[in-house]
Design a binder for this molecule. Structure first.
Ligand code: OAD
Length: 262
């Protein structure tokens, strides 16, 4: 096993965490896996091994079959509604109270960081909570959803925009679309400014998000990832902590900042 590829917490990481003035937490689908929300690329359970991304996650797919796409994202939104933040989300929110500055940048479209208590979360890939008009971009209130959806969702007609009558689409950044410029610029700036970046539960395969650890490392930050498996980010990391985020993250925070005991 590589010395950077470890299950236990290296003392140098604890020192770096305690000394950090600005921590950037960069998350992917793996941080929500223990909440019961499927990842994208894990074999068998990942969404993209069970569903066709081309038919569901592109603007062309929405135009071709809006009911299929809207129904699938409503199914995912219902999954999130029924889920709760897990100890990894809570540990990230706790950490923000222990370091001078903490930025959360997520690729996730769920709101579990917010529900765990993190504020000002940057959503690089949009949000299930923010539908908007496909034509005019006007934001649309969340439709009341059915409490249970069949696996994969059912066809649902998207609401119509109250402003222009166009079709309302999920507020997701689809394949082939650009990330919101202000959000990616702020995320890149945070990566260059942080002194410790913690990447949690991401395969590091989707650009430009996957550049964040590299940018931080180039700027001199310590970079650590939390993931049960090897990822495309391994070479950018000072340490790779192999394991589930819901186990590793609380342990990391508790080791660096032990809670007072009577
Ligand atoms: P992936 O599905 O590509 O990767 C999820 C990562 O989480 C994998 O490396 C797993 O090993 C890891 N993982 C699984 N369970 C974990 C656990 N309990 N604790 C920690 N890690 C765990 O998901 P992302 O990297 O987030 O884009 O994918 C990036 C983007 O690709 C997504 O935002 C999505 C997708 O297409 C959009 O929807 C726009």
């Amino acid at each position: 096993m590589d010395s950077r590829d470890i299950a236990s917490t290296p003392p140098e990481l604890i020192t770096a965490l305690k000394a950090a003035a600005h921590v950037l937490v960069f998350t992917g689908a793996g941080v929500s896996a223990e909440s019961g929300i499927p990842t994208f690329r894990d074999a068998l359970t990942g969404l993209w091994s069970r569903f066709d991304a081309e038919a569901l996650a592109t603007p062309e797919a929405f135009l071709k079959d809006p009911e299929l796409v809207w129904g699938w994202y409503e199914w995912r939104r219902m999954q999130v509604l029924r889920s709760l933040p897990n100890p990894a989300h809570t540990a990230v929110a706790d950490l923000a109270r222990k370091v001078p500055e903490l930025t959360v940048v997520t690729q996730n479209v769920d709101d579990l960081h917010e529900r765990a208590g993190s504020d000002r979360v940057m959503h690089l890939h949009g949000s299930l909570q923010r539908p908007r008009c496909f034509d005019c971009g006007q934001s649309h209130p969340l439709p009341p959803g059915p409490p249970r959806e069949p696996e994969g969702g059912r066809r649902l007609h998207p609401p119509l925009c109250t402003h222009c009558g166009g079709l309302v689409r999920p507020g997701i950044v689809w394949f082939g679309e650009s990330l919101p410029e202000d959000v990616i610029a702020a995320a890149f700036a945070a990566a260059r400014a942080c002194d410790l970046l913690i990447a949690i539960g991401t395969s590091g395969l989707v650009q430009p998000a996957a550049r964040l650890p590299w940018l931080a490392r180039q700027a001199g930050a310590t970079v650590v990832q939390v993931n049960p498996t090897a990822t495309a980010l391994d070479d950018d990391c000072t340490w790779s902590l192999r394991g589930a985020a819901g186990v590793i993250m609380p342990r990391l925070i508790e080791t660096a900042f032990p809670s007072a005991r009577c």
